[in-house]
Ligand binder design. Sequence first.
Ligand code: F6R
Length: 243
Amino acid sequence: MEVIITKDCMTASTAAAKTISKLIRDKPNAVLGLATGSTPLPLYSELIRMHREEGLDFSGVTTFNLDEYIGLARDHPQSYNYFMWENLLKHINIRTENVHIPDGTTDDVPGFCKRYEEEILLAGGIDLQILGIGSDGHIGFNEPGSSFASRTRIKTLTEQTVADNARFFDGDEQDVPRHCITMGIGTIMDARMNLLLAFGKNKSKAISATIEGPVSAMTPASILQHHRTVRIFIDEAAASELK
Ligand code: F6R
């Protein structure tokens, strides 16, 4: 594990964007795993800037998103599909057919999940997976107790995650979907590189448990201690509980 502590989230995001742009320049048909939520927003802004000002070319890149809420239409403002197009995809020259985001409206969730895993394999596997972390230590929506061997599947959000994510739904927990489709921990561990970002004091406990705690299904991100190539970019607030 390589842990990079920076004074703020902009410095961390710029450094993370450099890792991604180097990968794309070295391998123009790279496969990226993408995350949503507030954490990767400065990283996505920097990638858009690199595309516009430095010619970073996404035309050969393929993407797979980590997760999606079940029951939200693709164009719902809180769907992860909408999030990705608004905050990254529509601003870069990626091919629509190379974008993969779980379909939260499918009426065959197991069939969809199986195909999603097959599509990742067909694309050659994920070269670099971007991860945020929940305050309960989740990655993707693999909540505490998730199997380390899990693959893409349906999951139920914990009360903690529903409360954390209510801020995207005008603070109303009732509106937060209770189920999602998420890549499994096994899927994430298959990525050739994982890049985890965490900012702010409310991530500090999850970050210390991830980096310094025992590897435990109760802190799903702690399994990253067993991954060969992980870079963790955190600001000083998220690092504040490290020993
Ligand atoms: C999002 C995802 C989640 C988030 C996590 C942190 O696709 O998989 O694991 O990364 O919930 O969310 P934020 O960044 O909003 O604090």
